[in-house]
Design a protein around this ligand. Structure first.
Ligand SMILES: NC(=O)c1ccc[n+]([C@@H]2O[C@H](COP(=O)([O-])OP(=O)(O)OC[C@H]3O[C@@H](n4cnc5c(N)ncnc54)[C@H](O)[C@@H]3O)[C@@H](O)[C@H]2O)c1
Length: 450
Protein backbone atom coordinates (compact mmCIF):
# COMPACT_ATOMS: atom_id res chain seq x y z
CA UNK A 1 0.00 0.00 0.00
CA UNK A 2 1.17 3.58 -0.58
CA UNK A 3 1.52 5.79 2.45
CA UNK A 4 2.53 9.39 3.02
CA UNK A 5 3.71 10.35 6.51
CA UNK A 6 3.68 14.08 7.24
CA UNK A 7 6.00 15.05 10.11
CA UNK A 8 9.08 12.92 10.57
CA UNK A 9 9.62 13.11 14.35
CA UNK A 10 9.43 10.39 17.01
CA UNK A 11 5.97 9.24 15.91
CA UNK A 12 6.16 9.90 12.16
CA UNK A 13 9.55 8.33 11.53
CA UNK A 14 8.83 5.26 13.66
CA UNK A 15 5.45 4.74 11.97
CA UNK A 16 7.02 5.22 8.54
CA UNK A 17 9.84 2.75 9.18
CA UNK A 18 7.47 0.14 10.63
CA UNK A 19 4.94 0.46 7.78
CA UNK A 20 7.81 0.15 5.27
CA UNK A 21 9.10 -2.89 7.16
CA UNK A 22 5.76 -4.58 6.40
CA UNK A 23 6.25 -4.06 2.65
CA UNK A 24 4.39 -0.79 2.17
CA UNK A 25 5.81 2.07 0.09
CA UNK A 26 6.23 5.04 2.37
CA UNK A 27 7.19 8.65 1.63
CA UNK A 28 8.15 10.75 4.67
CA UNK A 29 7.52 14.47 4.34
CA UNK A 30 8.89 17.10 6.70
CA UNK A 31 9.12 20.89 6.49
CA UNK A 32 12.56 20.81 8.03
CA UNK A 33 15.00 20.45 5.11
CA UNK A 34 17.84 19.63 7.51
CA UNK A 35 15.91 16.59 8.81
CA UNK A 36 15.12 15.38 5.29
CA UNK A 37 18.72 15.92 4.19
CA UNK A 38 20.01 13.87 7.13
CA UNK A 39 17.49 11.07 6.60
CA UNK A 40 18.18 10.97 2.86
CA UNK A 41 21.89 10.54 3.60
CA UNK A 42 21.15 7.65 5.96
CA UNK A 43 21.38 9.50 9.30
CA UNK A 44 18.55 9.28 11.82
CA UNK A 45 18.23 12.60 13.65
CA UNK A 46 16.57 11.23 16.81
CA UNK A 47 17.66 8.52 19.22
CA UNK A 48 15.27 5.59 19.37
CA UNK A 49 16.51 2.03 19.94
CA UNK A 50 16.29 -0.10 16.78
CA UNK A 51 15.11 2.76 14.56
CA UNK A 52 18.29 3.36 12.60
CA UNK A 53 18.51 -0.28 11.49
CA UNK A 54 14.90 -0.26 10.35
CA UNK A 55 15.24 3.05 8.51
CA UNK A 56 18.44 2.10 6.71
CA UNK A 57 17.16 -1.35 5.68
CA UNK A 58 13.89 -0.03 4.25
CA UNK A 59 15.53 2.99 2.62
CA UNK A 60 18.11 0.70 0.98
CA UNK A 61 15.33 -1.54 -0.33
CA UNK A 62 13.51 1.48 -1.77
CA UNK A 63 10.36 1.28 0.36
CA UNK A 64 11.18 4.35 2.45
CA UNK A 65 11.92 7.73 0.88
CA UNK A 66 12.14 11.28 2.19
CA UNK A 67 11.02 14.62 0.81
CA UNK A 68 10.14 18.17 1.75
CA UNK A 69 7.50 18.17 -1.00
CA UNK A 70 4.04 17.19 0.22
CA UNK A 71 2.66 17.03 -3.32
CA UNK A 72 5.27 14.44 -4.23
CA UNK A 73 4.64 12.55 -0.98
CA UNK A 74 0.89 12.42 -1.54
CA UNK A 75 0.98 11.62 -5.27
CA UNK A 76 0.41 7.84 -5.07
CA UNK A 77 -0.67 7.59 -1.43
CA UNK A 78 -4.04 6.26 -0.32
CA UNK A 79 -3.21 6.94 3.36
CA UNK A 80 -1.88 10.34 4.46
CA UNK A 81 -0.83 10.35 8.12
CA UNK A 82 -0.50 13.68 9.90
CA UNK A 83 2.13 13.22 12.64
CA UNK A 84 3.10 16.81 13.36
CA UNK A 85 3.67 18.25 16.83
CA UNK A 86 0.80 19.52 19.00
CA UNK A 87 2.59 21.46 21.76
CA UNK A 88 0.95 23.50 24.52
CA UNK A 89 -0.09 27.11 24.09
CA UNK A 90 0.81 29.36 27.01
CA UNK A 91 -2.71 28.91 28.47
CA UNK A 92 -2.32 25.11 28.41
CA UNK A 93 -4.57 24.58 25.39
CA UNK A 94 -3.33 22.50 22.46
CA UNK A 95 -1.54 24.44 19.72
CA UNK A 96 -3.14 23.15 16.52
CA UNK A 97 -1.23 25.43 14.17
CA UNK A 98 0.89 22.60 12.68
CA UNK A 99 -2.18 20.38 12.25
CA UNK A 100 -4.07 23.26 10.60
CA UNK A 101 -1.16 23.96 8.23
CA UNK A 102 -1.00 20.33 7.12
CA UNK A 103 -4.78 20.26 6.56
CA UNK A 104 -4.61 23.45 4.50
CA UNK A 105 -1.70 22.12 2.45
CA UNK A 106 -3.56 18.84 1.81
CA UNK A 107 -6.60 20.83 0.64
CA UNK A 108 -4.39 22.79 -1.74
CA UNK A 109 -3.00 19.58 -3.29
CA UNK A 110 -5.77 16.96 -3.16
CA UNK A 111 -6.89 15.68 -6.56
CA UNK A 112 -8.11 12.14 -5.86
CA UNK A 113 -9.58 10.07 -3.02
CA UNK A 114 -7.36 9.79 0.07
CA UNK A 115 -7.78 8.88 3.72
CA UNK A 116 -6.38 11.63 5.93
CA UNK A 117 -5.36 10.20 9.26
CA UNK A 118 -4.73 12.29 12.39
CA UNK A 119 -2.05 10.43 14.32
CA UNK A 120 -1.04 13.45 16.36
CA UNK A 121 -2.64 13.79 19.78
CA UNK A 122 -5.40 16.31 19.18
CA UNK A 123 -8.41 17.60 21.15
CA UNK A 124 -11.86 16.22 20.49
CA UNK A 125 -13.33 17.85 17.42
CA UNK A 126 -10.03 18.20 15.51
CA UNK A 127 -11.00 15.69 12.80
CA UNK A 128 -14.05 17.87 12.06
CA UNK A 129 -11.80 20.92 11.97
CA UNK A 130 -9.37 19.19 9.56
CA UNK A 131 -12.28 18.12 7.31
CA UNK A 132 -13.65 21.67 7.22
CA UNK A 133 -10.21 23.13 6.42
CA UNK A 134 -9.62 20.71 3.54
CA UNK A 135 -13.16 21.25 2.21
CA UNK A 136 -12.65 25.02 2.27
CA UNK A 137 -9.46 24.74 0.20
CA UNK A 138 -11.20 22.45 -2.30
CA UNK A 139 -14.06 24.93 -2.61
CA UNK A 140 -11.59 27.75 -3.25
CA UNK A 141 -10.07 25.62 -5.99
CA UNK A 142 -13.55 24.92 -7.38
CA UNK A 143 -13.06 21.17 -6.96
CA UNK A 144 -15.15 18.39 -5.50
CA UNK A 145 -12.85 15.59 -4.36
CA UNK A 146 -13.89 12.74 -2.09
CA UNK A 147 -11.78 12.19 1.05
CA UNK A 148 -12.17 10.79 4.57
CA UNK A 149 -10.70 11.99 7.85
CA UNK A 150 -9.87 9.37 10.45
CA UNK A 151 -8.54 9.55 14.01
CA UNK A 152 -5.80 7.01 14.75
CA UNK A 153 -4.01 8.17 17.92
CA UNK A 154 -0.58 6.73 18.63
CA UNK A 155 0.36 4.98 21.88
CA UNK A 156 4.06 4.29 21.37
CA UNK A 157 6.51 5.13 24.16
CA UNK A 158 9.77 6.91 23.43
CA UNK A 159 12.64 4.59 24.26
CA UNK A 160 10.63 1.55 23.14
CA UNK A 161 8.81 3.11 20.20
CA UNK A 162 9.77 0.62 17.48
CA UNK A 163 8.72 -2.37 19.53
CA UNK A 164 5.50 -0.63 20.61
CA UNK A 165 4.60 0.13 17.00
CA UNK A 166 5.44 -3.33 15.71
CA UNK A 167 3.59 -5.02 18.60
CA UNK A 168 0.89 -2.60 19.75
CA UNK A 169 -1.45 -3.43 22.65
CA UNK A 170 -4.26 -2.04 20.53
CA UNK A 171 -4.90 0.07 17.43
CA UNK A 172 -7.59 2.69 17.92
CA UNK A 173 -9.39 3.86 14.81
CA UNK A 174 -12.06 6.53 14.97
CA UNK A 175 -14.10 6.72 11.81
CA UNK A 176 -17.63 7.40 10.65
CA UNK A 177 -17.67 4.87 7.82
CA UNK A 178 -17.15 1.15 7.33
CA UNK A 179 -15.03 1.45 4.19
CA UNK A 180 -12.17 3.35 5.89
CA UNK A 181 -12.38 1.02 8.91
CA UNK A 182 -11.84 -1.96 6.58
CA UNK A 183 -8.93 -0.28 4.77
CA UNK A 184 -7.21 0.57 8.05
CA UNK A 185 -7.79 -2.97 9.29
CA UNK A 186 -5.95 -4.22 6.21
CA UNK A 187 -3.11 -1.72 6.70
CA UNK A 188 -2.64 -2.70 10.35
CA UNK A 189 -3.23 -6.46 9.91
CA UNK A 190 0.54 -7.28 9.90
CA UNK A 191 0.83 -5.70 13.37
CA UNK A 192 -2.05 -7.74 14.78
CA UNK A 193 -1.18 -11.29 13.80
CA UNK A 194 -1.37 -12.76 17.31
CA UNK A 195 -4.90 -11.49 18.01
CA UNK A 196 -7.41 -8.87 16.94
CA UNK A 197 -6.07 -5.53 18.10
CA UNK A 198 -8.33 -3.16 16.19
CA UNK A 199 -10.78 -1.13 18.23
CA UNK A 200 -13.04 0.78 15.88
CA UNK A 201 -15.06 3.60 17.38
CA UNK A 202 -16.51 7.04 16.72
CA UNK A 203 -14.03 9.76 15.79
CA UNK A 204 -14.61 11.85 18.94
CA UNK A 205 -14.25 8.80 21.18
CA UNK A 206 -10.93 7.94 19.52
CA UNK A 207 -9.65 11.48 20.05
CA UNK A 208 -10.77 11.34 23.69
CA UNK A 209 -9.28 7.86 24.24
CA UNK A 210 -5.74 9.15 23.75
CA UNK A 211 -6.17 11.89 26.38
CA UNK A 212 -7.94 9.54 28.78
CA UNK A 213 -5.09 7.01 28.49
CA UNK A 214 -2.30 9.53 29.05
CA UNK A 215 -4.12 11.28 31.87
CA UNK A 216 -4.83 7.95 33.60
CA UNK A 217 -1.09 7.11 33.48
CA UNK A 218 -0.14 10.59 34.68
CA UNK A 219 -2.66 10.20 37.51
CA UNK A 220 -1.00 6.98 38.66
CA UNK A 221 2.39 8.73 38.72
CA UNK A 222 1.16 11.78 40.61
CA UNK A 223 -0.77 9.59 43.05
CA UNK A 224 2.35 7.57 43.81
CA UNK A 225 4.47 10.71 44.20
CA UNK A 226 1.94 12.02 46.69
CA UNK A 227 2.03 8.73 48.61
CA UNK A 228 5.86 8.89 48.57
CA UNK A 229 5.88 12.37 50.07
CA UNK A 230 3.50 11.30 52.82
CA UNK A 231 5.73 8.25 53.47
CA UNK A 232 8.71 10.55 54.10
CA UNK A 233 6.75 12.36 56.81
CA UNK A 234 5.32 9.34 58.59
CA UNK A 235 8.35 7.02 58.66
CA UNK A 236 7.10 4.65 55.93
CA UNK A 237 9.06 3.45 52.89
CA UNK A 238 7.31 3.89 49.54
CA UNK A 239 9.23 0.99 47.98
CA UNK A 240 7.64 -1.36 50.51
CA UNK A 241 4.27 0.31 50.00
CA UNK A 242 4.61 -0.11 46.22
CA UNK A 243 5.29 -3.82 46.62
CA UNK A 244 2.33 -4.04 48.96
CA UNK A 245 -0.19 -2.36 46.69
CA UNK A 246 1.20 -3.59 43.35
CA UNK A 247 0.53 -7.18 44.37
CA UNK A 248 -3.18 -6.39 44.23
CA UNK A 249 -4.09 -7.32 40.65
CA UNK A 250 -6.66 -4.54 40.50
CA UNK A 251 -3.77 -2.07 41.01
CA UNK A 252 -0.74 -3.81 39.45
CA UNK A 253 2.93 -2.83 39.54
CA UNK A 254 3.05 -0.65 36.42
CA UNK A 255 3.33 3.12 36.58
CA UNK A 256 3.45 3.28 40.38
CA UNK A 257 7.12 4.23 40.70
CA UNK A 258 7.63 7.51 42.53
CA UNK A 259 10.30 9.81 41.12
CA UNK A 260 11.02 13.33 39.90
CA UNK A 261 7.64 13.81 38.23
CA UNK A 262 6.61 12.99 34.69
CA UNK A 263 8.01 14.97 31.77
CA UNK A 264 8.45 14.50 28.04
CA UNK A 265 6.51 15.69 25.06
CA UNK A 266 3.22 13.98 25.96
CA UNK A 267 2.00 13.68 29.55
CA UNK A 268 2.48 17.31 30.67
CA UNK A 269 0.91 18.84 27.58
CA UNK A 270 -1.86 16.26 27.29
CA UNK A 271 -2.87 16.72 30.94
CA UNK A 272 -3.01 20.48 30.38
CA UNK A 273 -4.95 20.05 27.12
CA UNK A 274 -7.60 17.85 28.75
CA UNK A 275 -8.01 20.41 31.55
CA UNK A 276 -8.49 23.04 28.88
CA UNK A 277 -10.98 20.98 26.88
CA UNK A 278 -12.98 20.27 30.05
CA UNK A 279 -13.09 23.93 31.05
CA UNK A 280 -14.09 25.01 27.53
CA UNK A 281 -17.01 22.62 27.80
CA UNK A 282 -18.07 23.82 31.27
CA UNK A 283 -16.75 20.73 33.06
CA UNK A 284 -14.66 20.99 36.23
CA UNK A 285 -11.58 18.74 35.77
CA UNK A 286 -10.66 18.68 39.50
CA UNK A 287 -8.75 15.40 39.47
CA UNK A 288 -6.68 16.17 36.36
CA UNK A 289 -5.90 19.64 37.72
CA UNK A 290 -4.58 18.02 40.89
CA UNK A 291 -2.44 15.62 38.84
CA UNK A 292 -0.82 18.62 37.11
CA UNK A 293 -0.32 20.49 40.37
CA UNK A 294 1.27 17.51 42.16
CA UNK A 295 3.59 16.95 39.20
CA UNK A 296 4.76 20.57 39.07
CA UNK A 297 5.58 20.34 42.78
CA UNK A 298 7.34 17.00 42.37
CA UNK A 299 9.61 18.31 39.63
CA UNK A 300 11.44 20.59 42.08
CA UNK A 301 11.24 18.33 45.16
CA UNK A 302 14.73 16.86 44.63
CA UNK A 303 16.22 20.35 44.25
CA UNK A 304 14.48 21.41 47.47
CA UNK A 305 16.03 18.45 49.31
CA UNK A 306 19.49 19.39 47.98
CA UNK A 307 19.01 23.03 48.93
CA UNK A 308 17.78 22.32 52.41
CA UNK A 309 20.68 19.91 53.03
CA UNK A 310 23.38 22.44 52.07
CA UNK A 311 21.62 25.45 53.59
CA UNK A 312 22.45 24.05 57.03
CA UNK A 313 25.98 23.06 56.02
CA UNK A 314 27.82 26.20 54.96
CA UNK A 315 25.24 27.54 52.45
CA UNK A 316 24.55 26.98 48.77
CA UNK A 317 26.83 29.55 47.15
CA UNK A 318 29.72 27.90 45.31
CA UNK A 319 28.48 24.34 45.89
CA UNK A 320 28.48 22.00 42.88
CA UNK A 321 26.03 19.20 42.19
CA UNK A 322 26.92 16.43 39.74
CA UNK A 323 23.81 15.28 37.87
CA UNK A 324 23.33 11.88 36.27
CA UNK A 325 20.60 12.03 33.64
CA UNK A 326 19.04 14.85 31.65
CA UNK A 327 16.53 13.12 29.36
CA UNK A 328 12.98 12.96 30.72
CA UNK A 329 13.35 9.19 31.00
CA UNK A 330 15.82 6.46 30.07
CA UNK A 331 16.47 5.33 26.47
CA UNK A 332 15.64 8.63 24.83
CA UNK A 333 17.44 11.84 23.93
CA UNK A 334 14.23 13.84 24.43
CA UNK A 335 14.61 16.76 26.85
CA UNK A 336 11.13 18.21 26.38
CA UNK A 337 9.68 19.13 29.82
CA UNK A 338 12.33 16.98 31.51
CA UNK A 339 12.39 17.36 35.32
CA UNK A 340 16.18 17.79 34.95
CA UNK A 341 15.53 21.26 33.53
CA UNK A 342 13.40 22.30 36.52
CA UNK A 343 15.92 20.86 38.97
CA UNK A 344 18.85 22.60 37.26
CA UNK A 345 17.00 25.93 37.15
CA UNK A 346 16.07 25.65 40.81
CA UNK A 347 19.65 24.85 41.88
CA UNK A 348 21.43 27.43 39.74
CA UNK A 349 18.92 30.15 40.73
CA UNK A 350 20.12 29.48 44.29
CA UNK A 351 23.75 30.01 43.32
CA UNK A 352 24.73 26.35 42.96
CA UNK A 353 26.67 24.98 40.01
CA UNK A 354 25.70 21.84 38.10
CA UNK A 355 27.91 19.42 36.18
CA UNK A 356 25.69 17.09 34.20
CA UNK A 357 26.00 13.88 32.19
CA UNK A 358 23.54 11.93 30.07
CA UNK A 359 24.39 8.90 27.88
CA UNK A 360 22.50 10.22 24.82
CA UNK A 361 20.76 13.54 25.61
CA UNK A 362 24.06 15.37 26.19
CA UNK A 363 24.17 17.20 22.87
CA UNK A 364 20.47 18.18 23.05
CA UNK A 365 21.10 19.37 26.61
CA UNK A 366 24.08 21.48 25.57
CA UNK A 367 21.90 23.46 23.21
CA UNK A 368 18.88 23.66 25.58
CA UNK A 369 21.08 24.84 28.49
CA UNK A 370 23.50 27.04 26.53
CA UNK A 371 22.29 30.27 28.19
CA UNK A 372 22.85 29.02 31.73
CA UNK A 373 26.53 29.54 32.55
CA UNK A 374 26.14 27.78 35.92
CA UNK A 375 25.78 24.41 34.12
CA UNK A 376 28.26 22.34 32.16
CA UNK A 377 27.31 19.18 30.31
CA UNK A 378 30.13 16.68 30.06
CA UNK A 379 30.64 13.34 28.37
CA UNK A 380 31.93 11.25 31.26
CA UNK A 381 29.70 9.87 34.00
CA UNK A 382 32.53 9.75 36.55
CA UNK A 383 34.60 12.84 35.60
CA UNK A 384 31.75 15.16 36.68
CA UNK A 385 31.98 13.77 40.21
CA UNK A 386 35.51 15.12 40.73
CA UNK A 387 35.25 17.97 43.25
CA UNK A 388 31.42 17.95 43.26
CA UNK A 389 29.69 18.23 46.62
CA UNK A 390 26.93 15.71 45.89
CA UNK A 391 25.45 13.51 43.17
CA UNK A 392 21.84 13.88 42.01
CA UNK A 393 20.36 10.98 40.03
CA UNK A 394 17.59 12.28 37.77
CA UNK A 395 17.12 9.76 34.92
CA UNK A 396 16.87 5.99 35.37
CA UNK A 397 19.43 4.89 32.75
CA UNK A 398 20.56 1.30 33.34
CA UNK A 399 24.22 2.31 33.47
CA UNK A 400 23.51 4.29 36.66
CA UNK A 401 22.04 1.29 38.50
CA UNK A 402 25.22 -0.45 39.55
CA UNK A 403 28.03 2.11 39.46
CA UNK A 404 31.48 1.99 41.07
CA UNK A 405 30.59 3.40 44.49
CA UNK A 406 34.17 3.25 45.80
CA UNK A 407 35.36 5.36 42.87
CA UNK A 408 32.44 7.78 43.37
CA UNK A 409 33.26 8.19 47.04
CA UNK A 410 36.86 9.13 46.27
CA UNK A 411 35.84 11.73 43.69
CA UNK A 412 33.00 13.53 45.51
CA UNK A 413 34.03 16.02 48.22
CA UNK A 414 31.44 14.32 50.46
CA UNK A 415 29.70 10.94 50.04
CA UNK A 416 26.22 12.33 49.37
CA UNK A 417 23.62 11.06 46.88
CA UNK A 418 20.21 12.54 46.15
CA UNK A 419 18.39 9.83 44.22
CA UNK A 420 15.31 10.98 42.33
CA UNK A 421 14.70 7.50 40.91
CA UNK A 422 15.22 5.20 43.91
CA UNK A 423 17.92 3.26 42.07
CA UNK A 424 19.91 2.20 45.13
CA UNK A 425 19.05 0.17 48.24
CA UNK A 426 19.16 2.23 51.43
CA UNK A 427 20.82 -0.58 53.39
CA UNK A 428 23.61 -0.81 50.79
CA UNK A 429 24.12 2.95 50.81
CA UNK A 430 24.54 2.81 54.58
CA UNK A 431 27.01 -0.05 54.25
CA UNK A 432 29.00 1.91 51.63
CA UNK A 433 29.11 4.98 53.89
CA UNK A 434 26.96 7.33 51.79
CA UNK A 435 24.44 9.88 52.98
CA UNK A 436 21.49 8.94 50.82
CA UNK A 437 18.25 10.78 50.12
CA UNK A 438 15.65 8.97 48.04
CA UNK A 439 12.00 9.55 47.14
CA UNK A 440 9.52 8.35 49.75
CA UNK A 441 12.08 6.82 52.12
CA UNK A 442 13.85 7.93 55.29
CA UNK A 443 17.25 9.52 54.67
CA UNK A 444 20.40 7.52 55.38
CA UNK A 445 23.13 9.56 57.06
CA UNK A 446 26.80 8.65 56.61
CA UNK A 447 28.59 8.28 59.94
CA UNK A 448 30.79 11.33 59.31
CA UNK A 449 27.87 13.56 58.20
CA UNK A 450 25.60 15.31 60.63
N1 LIG B 1 6.68 11.45 21.10
C1 LIG B 1 5.88 10.52 21.60
O1 LIG B 1 6.27 9.67 22.39
C2 LIG B 1 4.44 10.48 21.17
C3 LIG B 1 3.67 9.35 21.44
C4 LIG B 1 2.34 9.31 21.04
C5 LIG B 1 1.78 10.43 20.43
N2 LIG B 1 2.55 11.54 20.21
C6 LIG B 1 1.93 12.67 19.52
O2 LIG B 1 2.36 12.62 18.16
C7 LIG B 1 2.53 13.96 17.64
C8 LIG B 1 3.93 14.11 17.11
O3 LIG B 1 4.84 13.97 18.18
P1 LIG B 1 6.42 13.82 17.94
O4 LIG B 1 7.02 13.64 19.28
O5 LIG B 1 6.66 12.83 16.88
O6 LIG B 1 6.75 15.29 17.38
P2 LIG B 1 8.14 15.81 16.82
O7 LIG B 1 8.23 17.21 17.27
O8 LIG B 1 9.24 14.86 17.16
O9 LIG B 1 7.96 15.76 15.23
C9 LIG B 1 7.08 16.58 14.52
C10 LIG B 1 7.66 16.79 13.13
O10 LIG B 1 6.68 17.44 12.32
C11 LIG B 1 7.35 18.32 11.43
N3 LIG B 1 6.40 19.30 10.86
C12 LIG B 1 5.82 20.36 11.45
N4 LIG B 1 4.99 20.98 10.56
C13 LIG B 1 5.03 20.29 9.42
C14 LIG B 1 4.39 20.42 8.15
N5 LIG B 1 3.54 21.40 7.89
N6 LIG B 1 4.69 19.51 7.20
C15 LIG B 1 5.57 18.53 7.43
N7 LIG B 1 6.20 18.34 8.60
C16 LIG B 1 5.93 19.20 9.59
C17 LIG B 1 8.45 18.92 12.29
O11 LIG B 1 9.48 19.49 11.52
C18 LIG B 1 8.90 17.68 13.10
O12 LIG B 1 9.95 17.00 12.45
C19 LIG B 1 2.16 14.88 18.80
O13 LIG B 1 0.82 15.22 18.70
C20 LIG B 1 2.40 14.02 20.02
O14 LIG B 1 1.61 14.43 21.12
C21 LIG B 1 3.87 11.58 20.54
Amino acid sequence: MNICIVGTGYVGLVAAACFAEMGNDVVCVDVNPHVIEQLSSGKVHIFEPGLETLVSRNAAEGRLTFSTDLKKGMKDALFVFSCVGTPSNSDGSCDLSYVDTVARQIGEILTDYKIIINKSTVPVGTADRVRTTIQKQLQERGLSVEFDVVSNPEFLKEGGAVNDFLKPDRVIVGTDNVRTAKLLETLYAPFARSRDKMIIMGIRSAEMTKYAANCMLATKISFMNEVANICEHVGADVREVRAGIGSDRRIGYHFIYPGVGYGGSCFPKDVRALINTARENNCQPSLVEAVDLVNNRQKVMLAEKIRSYFKNRGGLEGKTVAMWGLAFKANTDDMRESAALDIIRSLTDSGMKVKAFDPVAGSNAKSVLKDNDMVVVEDDQYAILEGSDALAVVTDWNQFRNPDFNRMKKMLTGPIIFDGRNLFARSFMKEMGFSYFSVGGQPVMADNCS
